[in-house]
Ligand binder design. Structure first.
Ligand SMILES: [Zn+2]
Length: 367
């Protein structure tokens, strides 16, 4: 199982797919689903949906993993040929300079560029410890003029991503681009493989969503059509076992899947997810039964699509389940394959425990 998840994660990490431009990621996943014997459909926004029909008497489950990644988009081509870019998603400005990027020209054609970093020899003491805002950054593709850039296929609106990269670290850990959320897409492929022949499961909708890094709402259209009873979002959980993160929580990389007990984002968003108690109980009891260590997180600052999906229709019982990840939104995010595997095992086991006795009635759960 771990080898397959590794293979899918790494293959998906290498495919550029900025928010709004997820087509190549989608085509790859669609082909993998087909190879697993599953048909899938694409909605107007670009969400890829595959349904594994189950027992209609059981509550239906929608699983979400987002296909898109954050990045940049061409805002202006300077006369000199260098490129100015706008941010797409939560791009960390202090981790941008001196990185290689890929400009996506369409039809699968790409062009490399470098986010410029002022020559160190000319950097003043004040500049040394200053984060350069993205407005001041520029991308050098080697062009000598704007005309050359345009002739090469660059235009206003050309998507830009970190140059795709996979780094093999010690102990089954991998670093690189868009671990968020391609690792979850890989988990969903393994889940499809593991559940397609199981009997008496609930109906499972696998939603490979779009636009998560852009507006967190891509999966909403899928939820409106599918009207699931339960939504489980798979995404990273902040690992807090590095020297700079200890105050945020108690999530260790490699120590198992993470159940989010609370997420919130204030600044203008005013949203988050407090999971449905039935799902908290389901995952905790499943983890106990399967002897899988289940970690917990409760902090502000990071949201997923459950924030919006939970409000669809008559309401959707929602929860965020994650794999620990370090250095999130940088070009070198890190995850541990053991966590991806244990999260997959936990999900399969939890789906099997949704039976006729499983209740989503809030009044059946005493706080
Ligand atoms: Zn994500």
């Amino acid at each position: 199982m771990r080898d397959r998840i590794k293979c899918w994660t790494e293959a998906l990490m290498m495919i550029p797919g900025l928010s709004g431009f997820e087509g190549n990621v989608r085509r790859y996943i669609k082909a993998e689903l087909k190879a697993l014997g599953l048909s899938s459909r694409t909605d107007m926004l670009g969400n890829l949906i595959a349904t594994i029909e189950g027992n209609p008497k059981l509550p239906s489950v929608m699983l979400i993993g987002h296909m898109d990644q954050l990045g940049l988009i061409v805002r202006k081509i300077e006369a000199s040929g260098v490129i100015r870019a706008e941010r797409v998603g939560g791009v960390p400005e202090r981790a941008l300079a001196a990185h290689e990027v890929l400009l996506c020209l369409g039809q699968g054609r790409t062009l490399p560029g470098i986010i410029a970093n002022k020559s160190h020899h000319a950097t003043t003491p004040e500049e040394k410890y200053r984060v350069v805002p993205y407005q001041e950054l520029y991308i050098d593709c080697g062009f000598r003029s704007a005309e050359e850039a345009v002739a090469a296929g660059i235009n206003i609106g050309t998507p830009i991503v970190y140059a795709p990269n996979v780094v093999q670290l010690a102990g089954g850990r991998i670093g690189g681009t868009s671990v968020d959320d391609r690792a979850a897409c890989a988990i969903m492929l393994e889940l499809a493989r593991a559940t397609r022949e199981l009997r008496d499961l609930p109906t499972i909708h696998l939603v490979f969503s779009v636009l998560e890094e852009f507006n967190l709402r891509g999966a909403v259209t899928a939820a409106q059509v599918l009207q699931p009873d339960i939504c489980i979002q798979l995404d990273l959980a902040l690992a807090t076992d590095t020297p700079d993160m200890g105050h945020r929580g108690d999530v260790r990389l490699g120590a198992g899947p993470v159940m989010s007990m609370f997420s919130f984002h204030g600044r203008g968003t005013l949203n988050g997810c407090i999971p449905h108690p039935a799902l908290v109980q389901l995952f905790q009891s499943t983890a106990d039964h399967e002897k899988i260590t289940l970690q917990r997180s409760a902090h502000i600052g990071a949201l997923t699509e459950t924030s919006y999906v939970q409000l669809v229709g008559k309401g959707v019982a929602s929860i965020d389940m994650g794999f620990p990840a370090r250095y999130t939104h940088s070009a070198l995010e890190v995850c541990d394959l053991a966590d991806l595997e244990s999260l997959t095992r936990l999900l399969v086991a939890a789906l099997r425990r949704i039976d006729a006795g499983f209740s989503l009635d809030r009044d059946d759960y005493v706080e």
